[in-house]
Design a protein around this ligand. Structure first.
Ligand code: C5P
Length: 437
């Protein structure tokens, strides 16, 4: 089936926006937690200050947040602050008479899509482990129906407390009992010591919670992604690169991780934060990118080439800065072709045997369907994703045209992250169809 691909300009025309004006996908927050009701539990710890920011971030992402605080948490932050940020009265007592049936622990735990305890103190985790329930928060954790209301814990404590065998034993047992114990951060602690045990930052916890709610169709897969431009040196201070921002590739790495895969991201020179849980390798030139990719591909089951690899590099990069000699003559540069990373991997024995699913990208300026179909055949990949390069470089949104042996399919203009999630679902579908065949 043929789909007429809509370029950025056509898509913007439909939305009534002029180019240069951000489209709705970038103006609106992602609302990744829209419709979700989160019980945010705070226990005693200095990291309570981060819970205030987390609460705000959850609300901004579309969630409704019911804060529940232990007595110890109230030593660190007030009910007033958390009520103002969540826009709801905070619960702190199991004897709260506001509930008509006086069973706050039952009501609050039944309404939630998830219970997130942040910060989760060492003492609170020890308490949960034993099923103790002597305050509202531990009571509602025990009362939650585990099949429908997941429990996530964001530990926060001094490094010695975190490393203590008792804490580690408790973490293992809580996981075995069905809780999701999130990572801890590492670094300088409020006590002045340095090590593991800090609570993750609000943004990291937000990303972990969003990822938690995403479906996991790539569980068990290892996805290797190339992203960004490459930089080809002319001399030690000059080089050739391109306008790729790396945003699409980074969004794909994040979406693959959210979808349950182990992810390695080989990134050209870009200043983007590494998505949570993704292992990143920074490279500079096309040849560095090829080497980093070849080293890591044996562990991968999916390879997605989003990088805008320079087609050519200067044949002989000068060892020293090329100087003007006063004659007005420009230096003569000659170029050689760079290795084609995607074509190399797509022709490898593992890819040919169906053990490495390769996905290529095509950034075109016009006639996308025809060019992308030709590129799919030339690169020898099962799935080729076309986009309009000049319309998407540096933007937060994009539109994709997926081309495989069966035909083509359009993914209309929206944020790169939303598209990346849809693309991961498409990849997962093709892998599972291949596995069943
Ligand atoms: O040939 P072209 O650069 O248009 O192909 C684009 C696709 O091939 C992208 O997936 C890109 O990451 C990949 N590629 C590559 N190595 C190159 C050139 C392109 O992996 N040297």
């Amino acid at each position: 089936m043929q789909f007429e691909f809509m370029d950025r300009h056509a898509a913007l025309a439909m939305t009534g926006k002029k180019d240069g004006q951000k489209c709705s996908a970038t103006l609106q927050p992602m609302n990744d937690l829209a419709g979700k009701h989160i019980v945010l539990g705070l226990t005693g710890g200095i990291a309570c200050y981060k819970a205030a920011e987390l609460c705000r971030a959850l609300v901004k992402e579309g969630a409704t947040v019911q804060v529940v605080m232990t007595e110890a948490a109230q030593q660190f932050i007030t009910l007033v602050t958390m009520q103002a940020l969540s826009n709801r009265p905070v619960y702190s007592s199991q004897w709260d008479a506001r509930e008509p049936n006086n069973m706050a622990h039952i009501n609050l735990s039944r309404e939630a899509d998830a219970i997130l305890i942040a910060p989760a103190s060492a003492d609170f985790m020890a308490k949960l482990l034993h099923g103790r329930a002597d305050d509202l928060l531990s009571l509602l954790c025990l009362a939650r129906p585990p099949q429908t209301v997941p429990l996530l814990l964001a530990p926060a404590m001094n490094r010695e407390m975190w490393a203590h065998p008792a804490t580690q034993r408790n973490v293992d047992q809580l996981r075995a009992d069905g809780a999701t114990v999130l990572d801890v951060g590492s670094g300088e602690q409020a006590c002045g010591e340095t090590g593991d045990g800090r609570m993750l930052e609000a943004k990291e916890l937000l990303d972990d919670l969003i990822a938690f709610f995403q479906p996991k169709p790539l569980f068990g897969q290892h996805v290797l992604v190339t992203a960004g431009p490459t930089y080809e040196a002319i001399d030690p201070v000059r080089g050739i690169t391109n306008l790729s921002s790396g945003k699409m590739g980074f969004a794909i790495a994040r979406a693959a991780r959210e979808a349950g895969a182990q992810v390695t991201l080989v990134a050209g020179p870009v200043h983007l934060p590494t998505p949570r849980g993704v292992s990143r390798v920074d490279v500079t030139s096309a040849r560095d990118m090829l080497e980093a990719t070849l080293t890591r591909v044996p562990a991968a089951s999916v390879f997605i080439a989003t990088a805008a690899v320079a087609d050519w590099r200067p044949a002989n990069a000068a060892g020293q800065k090329i100087k003007k000699d006063g004659s007005g003559a420009a230096p003569m540069l000659s170029f050689v072709e760079n290795p084609d990373i995607l074509a190399t991997l797509a022709q490898s024995p593992r890819a040919r045997a169906g053990d490495l699913f390769c996905v290529g990208f095509a950034a075109e300026s016009h006639d996308l369907l025809r060019h992308a179909q030709a590129k799919r055949a030339r690169k020898g990949v099962p799935l080729l994703v076309g986009n309009i390069g000049p319309a998407t470089f540096g933007q937060d949104d994009n539109a994709l045209l997926l081309i495989d042996a069966a035909g083509s399919k359009e993914l209309a203009l929206e944020s790169k992250l939303a598209l990346a999630r849809k693309l991961m679902a498409e990849v997962a579908m093709r892998i599972s169809a291949k596995d069943k065949a």
